[in-house]
Design a protein around this ligand. Structure first.
Ligand code: GDP
Ligand code: IMO
Ligand code: MG
Length: 423
């Protein structure tokens, strides 16, 4: 039996969807435990590309049940749209294969409006959110006035909660008729959602007791974590492994391992500090070769060199037990590869992620250079066949961070994956 958590070690888009899909083949449950449809997880099977936002990336296997846990914020319209899109790609989803927690919080159209309004007006610094209503929905959850999935099943409760929200105060254009329309529309969506809804913590814990293989699929990444990331340039949930226990309703003693998904370089969408960012030809090359466009918003991703300071930090915060290194093929044409090992600050050199944003914003990275391999590795399937310098890059990272790399991804397809058996 294994209960493993998948976490991104950077600012998201590390390739968690691909790795989840690869591992899901042997899993009986795949669970999303936080975030919402701000996530965009890509899975490529043959010539078909699946873009998953809310539905877990285990959904492509018939033997796998997927769960949207209590820690997720759920947009019911997106939920059914995604099911429809998948049906067009011949992935038919029934409530037997997909469960939704009765305690997950609901994203309403007002949350989305607030998201864009807050981005435009309330803060001096723009965060560059995905605009999906994630922040305002989690804010309502924390303020104890949120609307949960189970409320959609109870007309009386739903009405009372909707009216208590006083949306008009924040969104002056909203009328009573708008709220009435939302009430009627979301009650209908609640009815449609009913067969999917259950106490998912119970389902998950029963599966654990039966010795099933379980994967908890994190969205976003460590540096976007509301507690541990580059606050305030973060999302509003805990993508880190601790969030998996809370967002799925399981005890920490049930987790048997934490898989860190690490891109061979770093990307970031939205605003905020990014010490190893390359606003030059190197960044452009990574962006183009890595096709670094946001899966959810289509925005161009900022690109830069691998940062071992934040990788070590992610290992510490998440208790990472193994690393999957992705997109190594994107570095194929590099003459030299730079890796950041520490930061120069006003107060000297530091090797740990600084907790104050100002130091993080103003630090300059210290690099070590490694030779590139200048070979196409995208068709390779065994570690032994990798060029010497690619092996050296993998071993260098392992040595510097003290955690084993167990999988290397060299392309978006399933077969472009190297399982590392080095004996
Ligand atoms: P996620 O949010 O962590 O699931 O990552 P995304 O799906 O947003 O972004 C990763 C992108 O890289 C997707 O388009 C994947 O298909 C692609 N991808 C994943 N692994 C590899 C890889 O090893 N090499 C290349 N070239 N592309 C990859
Ligand atoms: P996956 O799961 C990359 C970023 C946004 C913004 C910040 C806050 O695909 O890795 P939000 O809408 O969550 O309030 O935005 O977080 N962000 C992501 N960046 N990958 C993601 O998800 C992200 N989800 C949110 O760009 O900077
Ligand atoms: Mg993504």
């Amino acid at each position: 039996m294994t209960v493993k958590v998948i976490v991104g070690t950077q600012w998201g888009d590390e390739g968690k969807g691909k790795i989840t899909d690869i591992l899901a083949e042997k899993m009986e449950l795949v669970i999303r435990y936080q975030g919402g449809n701000n996530a965009g997880h890509t899975v490529v099977v043959g010539n078909e590309t699946f873009k998953l936002h809310l539905i877990p990336s285990g959904i492509l296997y018939n033997n796998c049940t997927c769960i949207i846990g209590n820690g997720v914020v759920l947009d019911p319209e997106v939920f059914f749209q995604e099911i429809e899109t998948l049906a067009k790609q011949n992935v038919i989803i029934t409530p037997k294969q997909l469960n939704v927690s009765c305690n997950a919080h609901i994203i309403l159209p007002f949350h989305k409006q607030l998201d864009s309004k807050q981005e435009a007006k309330r803060y001096e610094e723009k965060i560059g959110t995905t605009g999906k209503g994630i922040g305002p929905t989690y804010a309502d959850k924390t303020a104890r006035r949120g609307i949960r999935v189970q409320d959609l099943l109870s007309p009386k409760n739903f009405k009372k909660k909707l009216e208590k929200q006083q949306w008009e105060q924040h969104l002056p254009n909203i009328t009573k008729a708008d709220i009435e329309n939302i009430y009627n529309h979301y009650l209908k969506l609640g009815k449609k959602l009913k067969p999917f809804i259950c106490d998912t913590s119970l389902t998950i814990n029963e599966a654990i007791n039966e010795g099933k293989n379980i994967l908890l699929e994190g969205a976003q990444g460590t540096m976007l974590d509301i507690d541990h990331g580059s606050y305030p340039y973060v999302t509003s949930s805990n993508p880190t492994s601790g969030g998996a226990c809370i967002g799925a309703g399981i005890g920490p003693n049930k987790i048997s391992g934490v898989i860190g998904v690490t891109k061979a370089y770093v990307t970031r969408v939205g605003e905020g500090p990014f010490p190893t960012e390359q606003e030059n030809q190197i960044g452009k090359h990574l962006q183009e070769r890595g096709a670094e466009f946001g899966t959810t918003t289509g925005r161009i991703r900022r690109c830069g060199w691998l940062d071992l300071v934040i990788l070590r930090y992610a290992i510490r915060i998440n208790g990472i037990t193994e690393i999957c290194l992705t997109k190594l093929d994107v570095l194929d044409h590099m003459e030299t590869i730079q890796v950041c090992t520490g930061y120069k600050t006003q107060d000297g050199i530091i090797n740990e992620f600084p907790q104050d944003l100002e130091t993080f914003t103003n630090c300059s990275p210290i690099y070590e250079s490694l030779p590139g391999w200048k070979t196409d590795i995208s068709t390779l399937t065994s570690y032994q066949d990798l060029p010497k310098n690619a092996k050296a890059y993998i071993q260098y990272i392992e040595k510097k961070v003290g955690v084993e790399i167990t999988m290397v991804s060299v392309g978006s397809k399933r077969r472009q994956t190297i399982h590392l058996l080095r004996v």
